[in-house]
Design a protein around this ligand. Structure first.
Ligand SMILES: O=C(O)CCC(=O)C(=O)O
Ligand SMILES: [Fe+2]
Length: 443
């Protein structure tokens, strides 16, 4: 993964995402960053406001009155990767600021661990920072539920990572904690590969039981880097002035039976090994498995997205294909009997501008959208067919009952839900897709 640190503000920029768009990513990241995201000017202001020594005039802790981005100087400077400045702020802040979190649940210890700032991590722990604090899970985009251990294991430079992990473990951090995708810190370390001392780090964290996971792509960028992008995006999701986005489209037979069966069986394999998850989406929890857990299915989906789905979406919705990114992909299980699953999903809007879904198993109640079409031969495999289901759109009061392999494309901001399955089980692969614009960093 291409990573660059801004020379002015030391923010870490990531040049890749779930879907790789080839060369030029890092150039775009740098361009967007310098155009408006660089924190260096604000950082200078915060540092100037920190007195050399002594208590705050307000008694609230130095700089509490100056809250750039709504956070106290300690959190701001830790986030900016300014270890020296954060240490200064720490020596002048009130205890509450040590544990303070931003609205994404991220605290100074998370940032220090992410940046590999060993001295700051030790100082924060000595000042009673919460070693088990977890980042919040958001409606989209980033993986939440991460602890400082996760962030050090995934991002801190080699030697610092080992020292920080040891310090956190000594302070009582839980190495078995799983993030919202079900990954432990050891797993994130292992994904870095032996070159980045990832496997030694994974051992320090108790090891990774399943070798296959070492081969997984670093599909999910860290929560920290997503937070700012998400904030700006929520402001942009007002789509009322973009009429093309009000239409729902179905791309017929993008996948044949064999492709549906492959993706479906890979997902079921993951579910058998690790169980279905229901903690990934805070507001409208689905019973699902993240696609990155199934590398073969992930590869098929990424290829289809890049070559077919994103370009078509761009055309149909009047967007620039180069600005589209899949933020999340997961296989959802709906079942009529309710055993460990849900029959449908209530009306909601997704956290992204666009969404796509593809049915992975055969319906038993006729073909797509009531035309009684033929079966696509997706095979029953380990899962039977179903009746009911489909994606319901409230504005046109219509349930789109696509056939296996069809891709249903829609704006995520349309009010929609999953119609309940009346019999059997329905498996759908869902993508959450974002549009980046020139004001947004692509990480
Ligand atoms: O299952 C469907 O058809 C829709 C799923 C959905 O809207 C979601 O997961 O956000
Ligand atoms: Fe949805």
């Amino acid at each position: 993964m291409a990573v660059h640190t801004c020379a002015a503000c030391r923010s870490v920029l990531f040049g890749c995402d779930f879907v790789e768009h080839g060369a030029g990513e890092m150039d775009r990241a740098l361009l967007f960053h310098t155009r408006g995201l660089c924190q260096a000017p604000l950082e200078r202001e915060v540092l100037a406001a920190l007195p050399d020594a002594g208590p705050s005039a307000s008694g609230r802790g130095v700089g509490s009155e100056l809250r750039p981005d709504g956070v106290a100087p300690l959190l701001f400077l830790a986030r900016a990767g300014n270890e020296e400045g954060a240490l200064r702020a720490l020596s002048r802040c009130v205890p509450a600021d040590v544990r303070a979190r931003d609205r994404f649940g991220v605290c100074a210890l998370h940032h220090a661990s992410h940046h590999g700032h060993t001295t700051l991590v030790r100082a924060l722990l000595a000042a009673r920072a919460d070693a088990g604090a977890r980042t919040a899970d958001s409606v989209h985009a980033h993986v939440g539920g991460r602890t400082a251990l996760h962030l050090a294991a995934a991002n801190a430079p080699g030697r610092a990572a080992a020292e920080i992990v040891s310090a956190l473990l000594a302070a009582g951090a839980d190495a078995s904690a799983e993030d919202a995708d079900g990954a432990t810190a050891a797993e994130l370390a292992a994904r870095r590969g032996a070159g980045a001392a990832g496997s030694a780090l994974a051992q320090l964290l108790g090891g990774v039981p399943d070798d296959e996971r070492l081969a997984l792509p670093a599909a999910v960028a860290p929560a920290l880097e997503r937070a700012c992008a998400r904030d700006r995006q929520l402001a942009r999701l007002d789509v009322s002035s973009r009429p093309l986005l009000s239409r729902v489209h179905v791309l017929p037979a993008v996948w044949d039976g064999a492709q549906c069966a492959r993706v479906r069986e890979c997902a079921l394999e993951v579910a058998r090994a690790r169980g279905w998850q229901s903690a990934r989406h805070a507001h409208h929890p689905t019973v699902d498995v993240p696609l990155w857990r199934a590398p073969a299915a992930h590869a098929i989906a990424t290829c289809t997205l890049n070559e077919v789905v994103l370009p078509r979406m761009a055309e149909l919705f009047g967007l620039d294909a180069r600005s589209l990114r899949a933020r999340e992909a997961f296989v959802v299980l709906y079942s009529a009997d309710g055993a460990g699953s849900r029959a449908g999903l209530e009306l909601h809007r997704d956290g992204t501008l666009l969404s796509a879904n593809v049915l992975l198993n055969e319906r038993d109640d006729g073909g797509g959208d009531g035309d009684g079409g033929d079966a696509r031969g997706v095979g029953s495999g380990m899962i039977d067919g179903f009746e009911g289901g489909g994606t319901y759109f409230a504005d046109d009061d219509r349930t789109v009952k696509a056939r296996p392999g069809d891709f249903v494309l829609h704006c995520g901001q349309l009010l929609h839900g999953a119609a309940p399955v009346l019999r059997g089980r329905r498996l759908v692969l869902v993508f959450f897709i974002d549009e980046l614009d020139e004001h947004e960093s692509p990480w």
